[in-house]
Design a protein around this ligand. Structure first.
Ligand code: F6P
Length: 341
């Protein structure tokens, strides 16, 4: 078989580990050939390929980013996009595709599968918001980066008696904030799933100062106050209709200063959470996903996404995996709330 591989959407640590596992097992165990498509769905859309053999994947296991490049190109929004992809797959002699991505990339994979493209999905995202899998790779690395940042913020906050806010990514899910905030002993964690009450947040801040400790607040980029409390500006949209988030940390700092009279500063971690080398956990998860993905492609089990269930790697339907976002349940937030204030 000749199998195409692509990585789409926001990158994350572990993408190269998946590519390596797919190619290593695909060549050495099954004798398949591979073609790399550059920059997500733009690759098959424009027929932009690169060689992908064992030599090409040597040494990439610990490297962040993706050797294939990525983009947020949405072929479903482009006139004749599906036909162009089909033509380019035929022209490059590709029998099946392995698409490594999050809800957007795998949403396209699902729609292509419904139009007879043979595709297997692999779930990646630092946001950990894909249904059907307990964890996505990239998440553990992002949480570790954010936790280290929070640890560092604690010590400088104490010296200067400031409230320090750490804004993390996660889009519409609060998983990174929840895990990093819990691991880093944050005094308040704000997530998109639970609109926050600014008066309550300020009470937490003040009670923390009264104990002679400095408050550390972790805020997910998608967190927002309860309706009408603070006016927020709307951001621009990407090709999948997602609003570009970021800035809630600054808004929060201003409100806290205004309402409590205490100095508050914000650190926005941004893309630092997505860059650099994956943790050991993410390397292993990504490698196991890659091994399962090439097995699925070899067996002709298309329209599936590989997934982690407990400690097992299983296959779930792309339709189930992309039906709805996996957000933080109320009970998980309640666990963290015990430590607020
Ligand atoms: O989905 C991963 C993610 O990092 C989100 O947490 C964030 O909202 C978004 O991508 C940022 O995307 P971009 O790098 O395209 O601005």
């Amino acid at each position: 078989m000749r199998i195409g591989v692509l990585t789409g959407g926001g990158d994350c640590p572990g993408l190269n580990a998946v590519i390596r596992a797919v190619v290593r097992k695909g060549v050495s165990v099954y004798g398949h050939e591979f073609v790399g498509f550059r920059d997500g769905w733009r690759g098959p859309l424009e027929g932009d390929t690169m060689p992908l053999d064992i030599q090409a994947v040597r040494g990439i296991l610990p490297r962040g980013g993706t050797i294939l490049g990525s983009s947020r190109t949405n072929p479903m929004k482009i006139e004749g996009g599906v036909d162009r992809i089909k033509e380019n797959l035929a022209a490059t002699g590709v029998d099946a595709l392995i698409a490594i991505g999050g809800e957007d990339t795998l949403g396209v994979a699902r729609q292509l599968f419904e139009r007879d493209v043979k595709v297997v999905g692999v779930p990646k995202t630092i946001d950990n918001d894909l249904s059907g899998t307990d964890y996505t790779f990239g998440f553990d690395t992002a949480v570790n980066i954010a936790t280290e940042a929070i640890d560092r913020l604690h010590t400088t906050a104490e010296s200067h008696h400031r409230a320090l806010i750490c804004e993390v990514m996660g889009r519409h899910a609060g998983w990174i904030a929840l895990h990093a905030g819990m691991a880093g002993g944050a005094n308040v964690i704000l997530i998109p799933e639970r609109p926050f009450d600014i008066d309550r947040v300020c009470e937490y801040v003040e009670s923390r100062f009264r104990t002679r400790y400095s408050p550390i607040l972790v805020v997910a980029e998608g967190a927002h106050p309860i309706e009408g409390q603070i006016a927020l500006q709307a951001g621009e949209l990407d090709a999948f209709g997602h609003v570009r988030l970021g800035g809630i940390g600054e808004v929060l700092a201003k409100e806290i200063e205004k309402r409590t009279g205490k100095e508050a500063r914000t650190t926005v971690l941004g893309h630092i959470q997505r860059g650099g080398t994956p943790t050991a956990y993410d390397r292993v998860l990504a490698t196991r996903f890659g091994l399962q993905a090439i097995d699925a492609a070899h067996e002709g089990d298309y329209g599936k996404m590989v997934a982690l269930r407990g400690t097992d790697i299983v296959r779930v339907g792309l339709d189930e995996a992309t039906a709805e976002l996996k957000t933080v349940p109320v009970s998980r937030y309640a666990e963290a709330e015990v430590f607020f204030g």
